[in-house]
Design a protein around this ligand. Structure first.
Ligand code: GUN
Ligand code: FE
Length: 425
């Protein structure tokens, strides 16, 4: 009898390319030692007798990856949505993030975030904390316990915050970062640190240079923001007069992909030059359509990025965005791409359901390795979706059922969830 091997039965659905879905009703998905080991219409002889859970008509899809989310902002999501980025940061985000100095507050807020993330259809996430080391370590502990796989960053910011949310010097910020990395690098089963300079306006050149050295020493991945909003982009031009485009403000410190995997959130207004450098450096775009709409930042041409061969995934960008669900982010990505096509560029065809599904699964998941697909050898991250809250007398195809779940589902539609073969819901 095979140990550490089991099967899930149901309608199995995953991307075989950005343009094509594989959908197999009534089939067995095998997990062996935490990895996908094939999809079969009939259980093969060698798997006879393994434990099998029959999810009947439910859809089984790969776990989703939220490539960009701010955990401390979950408390005030859907507040201040009439503001644009820089005013919203100063009025809402920065004063609220300052509260994570207080560990008791952090525990109550982060416990709610962790619980809701666990109940969502996401299995992986790249998460911003705050500049505070104790609160960020607490967030890592809480997220580790959920069983979700996460990368979490202590935020660096040594300028243009406010007296209450700004580190006292580049040196102090770098020191705190090293302390935090040493504390957490090998401490958790499911959670690891990711370097997190907030964005160029919040980090001095001295700090960026120090973070670059720290990154080389510890080989950490990195996450930040790029070309999100017109006011922000103008500001970076003033702060970095020697650069030709925003991305160079990171690249001049070797903090722009290359050896260390890097995510840049938004890229709404990236120039062709910036995109070419991102492609060369393998930088990931975290496309955050709901946030870009709420903060009136604009529409990132995600389909263009995908076709140009960039790595693209989806982000909730809580609390620029309001919904944690990456299924919702898929629908938002499709909808904004239609407005872009109709109103901005009539040659930019909208994203299809297939493409949006790819972005939320393998597109972002690949930042974690072999993640976001049911191909053999991939991490066994699976979400089981039911249609209990959206009954219809119609007899729908599996693809139509998937599309309805993308547009209409919430946490009540999640029957179960597995991460690297471990059942967490
Ligand atoms: N740029 C710098 N910080 C932030 C943030 O917290 N949210 C968003 N959307 N953009 C940012
Ligand atoms: Fe963000």
């Amino acid at each position: 009898m095979l140990t550490d091997t089991f099967a899930l039965k149901g309608t199995i659905c995953y991307s075989i390319s950005p343009q094509e879905l594989s959908i197999t009703p009534n089939s067995y998905l095998i997990c062996s030692q935490g990895k996908c080991a094939g999809i079969f219409p009939v259980l093969p002889e060698k798997y006879r007798g393994i434990p099998c859970t029959d999810y009947k008509d439910d859809l089984i899809i790969p776990g989703l990856t939220d490539l960009h989310v701010h955990a401390p902002q979950y408390t005030f999501r859907a507040s201040g949505m009439d503001l644009e980025l820089l005013d919203w940061l100063n009025t809402y985000a920065f004063p609220q993030e300052a509260r994570y100095e207080n560990l008791e507050f952090a525990r109550s807020a982060y416990s709610i975030f962790a619980e809701d993330m666990k109940k969502s259809p996401n299995t992986r996430a790249c998460i911003f904390g705050t500049l505070h080391v104790p609160a960020t370590e607490l967030l890592m502990e809480l997220m580790d316990k959920t069983g979700l796989k996460t990368m979490i960053g202590k935020v660096n910011m040594d300028r243009n915050g406010s007296p209450i949310l700004q580190e006292t010097s580049a040196e102090a910020s770098a020191q705190a970062t090293v302390t935090w990395i040493e504390d957490t690098l090998n401490r958790f089963e499911n959670t690891m640190p990711i370097l997190t300079p907030r964005f160029t306006p919040a980090c001095t050149d001295q700090l960026m240079a120090k973070l670059s050295q720290i990154q080389k020493k510890y080989h950490l991945p990195m996450q930040s923001h790029l070309s999100e909003n017109f006011g922000e982009i103008e500001w970076v031009k003033e702060l970095c007069p020697s650069t030709h485009f925003y991305g160079e403000a990171y690249h001049q410190f070797q903090l722009f992909g290359g050896d260390c995997p890097t995510i840049m959130a938004h890229c709404v207004h990236s120039s062709e030059e910036e995109l070419a450098l991102m492609k060369k450096q393998g930088v990931y775009v975290a496309h955050c359509p709901q946030s870009n709409t709420n903060l009136s930042s604009g529409i990132a041409p995600a389909r263009h990025y995908l076709e140009a061969g960039l790595h693209v995934g989806l982000g909730s960008d809580i609390a620029g965005g309001t919904s944690l669900s990456i299924l919702r982010a898929m629908a938002d990505a499709i909808q904004v791409s239609k407005l872009y096509w109709r109103l901005v560029d009539s040659s930019a065809k909208p994203l299809t359901l297939e493409e949006a599904f790819y972005l939320g699964t393998e597109g972002g998941g690949s930042f974690f390795g072999k993640v976001g697909s049911f191909r053999e050898g991939y991490e066994f991250d699976a979400v089981i979706l039911n249609s209990s809250t959206i009954p219809t007398p119609l007899s729908l195809s599996p693809k139509d059922r998937l599309e309805r779940l993308v547009y209409l589902s919430d946490d009540r539609n999640i029957t179960g969830k597995y991460v690297s073969g471990r059942k967490i819901l």
